[in-house]
Design a binder for this molecule. Structure first.
Ligand code: ADP
Ligand code: MG
Length: 623
């Protein structure tokens, strides 16, 4: 007897549904895309119990005729493409004709639709593939889909679903992606009778970002744009110094479609090299327009992965547009004291402006400065050159501000005449200064005073020293010393290959590592300048950085990566008490170091305060 049989259509759909319909959020995504393809200018989404109980999507798009409605649910049924030529340049969100068939095979679906020029609407119900009758009914033009009890006949799939909140999180994410790319459409999302978003038509992109995320995020962004050949890039990216611990706030859209692409992610990361810490992520909303035939979206059922004909061009163009803006952005920070009446504002309002621990400590430093404006501890001249490392205790923990002042940072804007601030002139070489909280150095300047972040400044100084040594014309390798006991680390075959491939770069930096046995390498020598850095750990971090990007960095990028890491690790830490001699030395090195207004990761190394600001402030407060 024959053992092989062709599966019936419903089985085929159920299996196919596994690819496109993973969870309730997939239904929302597919339906929203259909509404957009239908030309809707208004779409509302209503969800109950994280979408497991009910998802209703209503649009005012072109609608479907009574005749078309049942066909729409057939597998591979679409109105969007017809020929092979169409497939080569897809303009619509959908084209595979499988979403409705898949959804209707795993849930109870009811659709009501009416075309614009039709006098009545038609409705149809399908229960897990059991199709009902098309019946006339009355309704506004457009289409409404109701999807109930998803996976109710598939306990294995249902079990896989998470809590209501988690599922709702996925739904919100898909809603957000579509809403960001289509700001001409009015869109709303409600859950269990509570409205989460109501986005009006025609908002600009930045306003939508503000509504979908937060006003703070909106305020942290700057716009960049550029056009090269057929490629147009418009993006909202975070100012230098603003960063996140993951890449969740990176959204890439290609001709209105949300995509994920490792080349573009890499370009974002690369653009911010030197502007944020290596393990942090910038915020980026990138909108790319390019000819529909310059890439292929038919790579994956969910259509979030695409294949560019020329990924290198896309990479370099996005990198160039972002980098140009970042390089032209003045990240020196001038603290400006507010002129308006603020002093009786509640503490919490002050604290809401304090974005993180670091800024909190600057505030503490301010307070301390006001309270004890006297020189630091008696100088004891036990000068020794900075070789970094060693922290003497943890930095002061953040503390609430008890004073009645606050300050805002206002210096992130590019200076209008592009006249970047000059380094401060010190009134006296052995300047008045004090170290506060073993982390900041407060220095008197001609115009007022400034607060220096000792770690950030030292990091920049080391970076520049290493860089100039490596880039000097006739520079040999960095001075290194052989380790008495080689430091070993375990590596995979791919990582070993990576070490071999970059052997000359490591050598230039004074690092040699040899194979020590199967799956093990030993660091034999290491730069003298980094004597307090653990060699094996350092090499491990370098390998992780290179392999994580997935793209072979060129020599220059690799050197920058390594310098970044080296200077961060070797710089004096926050929380280290410095002697007067050490502070003198640091300030002297600062005078001799170019570009020391910010650390290699883009954070400022100092914040300036002017006497004028202080005077204004004190007069208003009647002190
Ligand atoms: P695809 O979007 O890939 O064409 P779908 O299964 O998602 O496939 O939808 C099948 C067809 O149903 C679409 O091509 C379209 O003609 C019709 N359709 C689906 N949703 C809507 C809608 N909201 N308004 C009008 N037509 C729709
Ligand atoms: Mg579709």
């Amino acid at each position: 007897m024959a053992k092989i049989a062709v599966l019936d259509n419903n089985m085929v759909n159920m299996i196919a549904a596994g690819e496109v319909i993973e969870r309730p959020a997939s239904v929302v995504k597919e339906m929203l895309e259909n509404s957009i393809d239908a030309g809707a200018s208004k779409i509302s989404v209503y969800v109950e119990e994280g979408g497991q109980k009910l998802i209703t999507i209503t649009d005012n798009g072109c609608g479907m005729s009574a005749e078309d409605i049942p066909t729409a649910f057939a597998p591979h049924a679409t109105s969007k493409i017809r020929t092979v030529e169409d497939l080569a340049a897809i303009r619509s969100m959908g084209f595979r004709g499988e979403a409705l068939a898949s959804i209707a095979s795993v849930a109870q679906v009811r659709v009501v639709s009416r075309e614009r020029d039709s006098i009545s609407a038609a409705s149809l119900s399908i229960d897990c593939g059991q199709i009902g009758e098309v019946t006339p009914c009355s309704s506004d033009y457009g289409t409404t889909f109701e999807v109930r009890n998803i996976f109710y006949k598939l306990p294995a799939r249902r079990k896989f679903l998470r809590t209501v909140n988690t599922e709702m999180g996925y739904i919100t994410e898909h809603f957000t992606r579509i809403a960001l790319a289509h700001n001409s459409i009015e869109m709303s999302l409600s859950h269990n009778k509570r409205q989460l978003f109501h986005l009006t038509a025609g908002q600009n992109t930045l306003e939508r970002i503000g509504e979908l995320f937060s006003r703070d995020i909106e305020d942290s962004l700057m716009m960049v744009s550029g056009q090269e050949k057929d490629l147009n890039v418009r993006a909202f990216i975070s100012r230098p110094g603003v960063s996140k611990i993951n890449n969740k706030l990176q959204y890439i859209f290609l001709n209105g479609r949300y995509i994920r692409d490792k080349f573009i992610s890499h370009a974002i990361k690369e653009a911010y090299r030197g502007f944020i810490e290596p393990n942090k992520f910038p915020i980026a909303f990138i909108f790319i327009q390019m000819p529909f035939d310059a890439y292929d979206v038919n790579v994956h059922p969910t259509k979030t992965e695409i294949r560019f004909d020329n990924p290198n061009f896309v990479h370099s163009q996005i990198l160039a547009v972002m980098r140009e803006k970042l390089m032209g952005t003045n990240v020196e920070i001038n603290a400006s004291l507010p002129v308006r009446e603020v002093d009786r504002s509640p503490l919490d309002e002050i604290l809401s402006r304090v974005q993180d621990d670091r800024e909190q400590r600057v505030t503490d430093a301010m307070e301390s400065f006001f309270k004890h404006n006297k020189p630091a501890s008696q100088p004891h001249f036990d000068f020794k050159p900075f070789t970094g490392g060693g922290s003497s205790g943890a930095p002061a923990s953040p503390r609430r501000v008890s004073g009645s002042y606050r300050f805002e940072q206002s210096g992130f804007e590019p200076s209008k005449d592009l006249d970047l601030p000059q380094p401060q002139q010190y009134s006296d070489k052995t300047a008045d200064y004090l170290q506060v909280h073993d982390t900041y150095i407060v220095v008197q300047t001609e115009q007022g005073f400034e607060i220096i972040d000792q770690h950030a400044l030292h990091e920049r100084i080391i970076y520049e020293q290493l860089y100039s040594r490596i880039c000097a014309e006739e520079a040999g390798p960095l001075q290194s010393q052989r380790l008495l006991i080689p430091e070993t680390l375990d590596v995979t075959a791919a990582e070993a290959e990576l070490i071999e491939a970059n052997r000359d770069v490591f050598k230039q930096l004074g690092i040699t590592a040899e194979q020590f046995g199967p799956g093990t390498y030993a660091v034999q020598s290491f730069p003298t300048m980094l004597k307090d850095v653990n060699p094996a750990q350092f090499l491990r971090d370098v390998i992780d950085v290179i392999s994580e990007s997935g793209i072979k960095p060129d020599r220059e990028k690799l050197v920058h990566h390594i310098l970044d890491m080296a200077s961060c690790k070797a710089a004096i830490k926050a929380g280290k008490k410095l002697s007067a001699g050490e502070i003198d030395h640091l300030l002297e090195e600062r005078r001799q170091t170019p570009r020391c207004g910010r650390c290699p990761h883009g954070r400022p190394t100092s914040i300036q305060f002017t006497l004028k600001d202080l005077e204004k402030q004190f007069k208003r407060t009647g002190f």
